[in-house]
Design a protein around this ligand. Structure first.
Ligand code: PMP
Length: 442
């Protein structure tokens, strides 16, 4: 049995790695040992430019002093406080700051420890709310094809990624899915929002007709689907979902785990698209990815409904041992301060044009069949063969890692979402590295 002093990076005798080809990793381990600002340091001493903000989360860059200090101070002052029937000031303070930042009308916050938990919390709030207001027959949930809502059972049920669903039994029943908004034939190489597809929102009317509105509790979508390759909706699509849900008494949930905290150049995707959901799911950038934490923001109407029941009853039977954990709350506060001090929540808007032009300069390179961008996130899609995904994007990921650039891939898609502190010359670096790689891909 290896000890911590002799454990090798490719020793997988104990650690079963998440979402990883464990046997392949063993042959070619990729290990980080440090990170600062825009760069990781690998175990063999190389600098790797972070083109993905870790996993779409380190929006302020790595090892930012305010956040590091806040965590250290909080750990020394109050490391843990019970989360149920008791509290501590920083969780209340963070909830207030989040309500200040959230779109008008979202005025209460439930804390969780991850995006997946935020999704489960949002779905449970939606179902319980319908019961609380006497609409208990509304038990159906509607997600979307190619949606990613984490890995717990609610999330994979409303999510639309086949590989994440098919091994795990029947999942939640009473779930339906909208079609995804990705239309390569009509929208390839769109800059920002694509032109075609607003009518896909009308599929919701079809689902409502099929099941009857009285059976549907909520619709959940990512404003921009992230993990399945940065799928951007056409203008008016989200507004149309908002109109249809409102008309039928169905709650609209935005999963903003990626689009939240500045990724699109606005505090939240809801701000970018000018559409306010009833529930907003967040995590990742809330604490700059440094400490696990999520936050679910709900409308005043939802919160008020729960507060109107008999007073001796706990209003919502749900919560986690670590909900609003003091160290996570301190990290969240310091993260929001860092975003504010450095104007990071709108930096994606300032850089959007430079980013867009840089990414689209890759048009015409071998295998590239689409380039998409919005705010400071983007994707390059490569040609599948006979409709089947190839390993080209993953090969590009391996080459990029060797050449000092971190990218993400899903199927034939390369996704990019750098920390919002990225400089224009670093954007140039990402694109020139990728250009070199794309030219040599088989
Ligand atoms: N929702 C969305 C939109 C996400 O992108 C993710 C993570 N990529 C999640 C939920 C799940 O978050 P976590 O991995 O923190 O559980």
């Amino acid at each position: 049995m290896p000890t911590s002093s002799n454990v090798a990076p490719n020793d997988l005798s104990a650690f079963w790695m998440p979402f990883t080809a464990n046997r392949q990793f063993k042959k070619a381990p990729r290990m980080f040992v440090a990170a600062k600002d825009m760069h990781y340091t690998t175990s063999d001493g190389r600098q790797v430019l972070d083109g993905t903000a870790g996993l779409w989360c380190v929006n302020a860059g790595h090892a930012r002093p305010k956040i590091v200090e806040a965590i250290a101070n909080q750990a020394a002052e109050l490391d843990y406080a019970p989360a149920f029937q008791m509290g501590h000031p920083k969780a209340f303070e963070l909830a207030n700051r989040l309500v200040d930042l959230a779109p008008e009308g979202l005025d209460h916050v439930l804390f969780t420890n991850s995006g997946s938990e935020s999704v489960e919390t949002a779905l449970k709030v939606a179902l319980a709310y319908q019961k609380v207001i006497g609409q208990g027959s509304r038990t159906r949930l509607i997600g979307r094809e190619r949606g990613y809502h984490g890995v717990n059972f609610g999330g994979i049920s409303v999510g639309g990624i086949v590989t994440n669903r098919k091994m795990f039994g029947t999942l939640l029943t009473g779930v339906d899915h909208l079609p995804h908004t990705h239309n390569l034939a009509k929208n390839a190489f769109s800059r920002g929002e694509p032109t075609h597809g607003v009518d896909l929102a009308d599929e919701l009317e079809r689902i409502v007709t099929l099941h009857d509105a009285s059976t549907i509790a909520a619709v959940i979508v990512e404003p921009v689907a992230g993990s399945t390759g940065v799928l951007i909706p056409p203008p008016g699509y989200l507004q149309r979902l908002r109109d249809i849900t409102k008309k039928h008494g169905i709650l609209l949930i935005f999963d903003e785990v990626i689009t939240g905290y500045g990724r699109l150049g606005t505090p939240f995707g809801a701000d970018y698209f000018g559409v306010v959901p009833d529930i907003m799911v967040t995590a990742k950038g809330l604490t700059n990815g440094v400490i696990p934490m999520g936050a679910v923001m709900v409308s005043k109407e939802i919160h008020d409904a729960f507060m109107q029941g008999p007073e001796h009853v706990i209003e919502f039977f749900h919560g986690y041992t670590y909900s609003g954990n003091p160290i996570a709350s301190a990290a969240g506060l310091a993260t929001l301060e860092t975003y504010k001090d450095e104007g990071l929540l709108t930096r994606g808007a300032e850089l959007a044009k430079v980013w867009e032009d840089a990414l689209h300069s890759l048009k015409g390179l071998p295998h590239v069949i689409d380039i998409r961008n919005i705010g400071l996130v983007g994707a390059i899609e490569l040609q599948p063969i006979d409709g089947q995904p190839t390993k080209r994007a993953f090969a590009a990921f391996l080459k990029a890692f060797e050449q000092g650039l971190l990218i993400r891939t899903t199927g034939d898609i390369i996704a990019l979402s750098p920390p919002l502190i990225i400089s224009e010359s670093q954007i140039g670096e990402i694109v020139s590295t990728l250009s070199g790689i794309l030219k040599t891909l088989e």
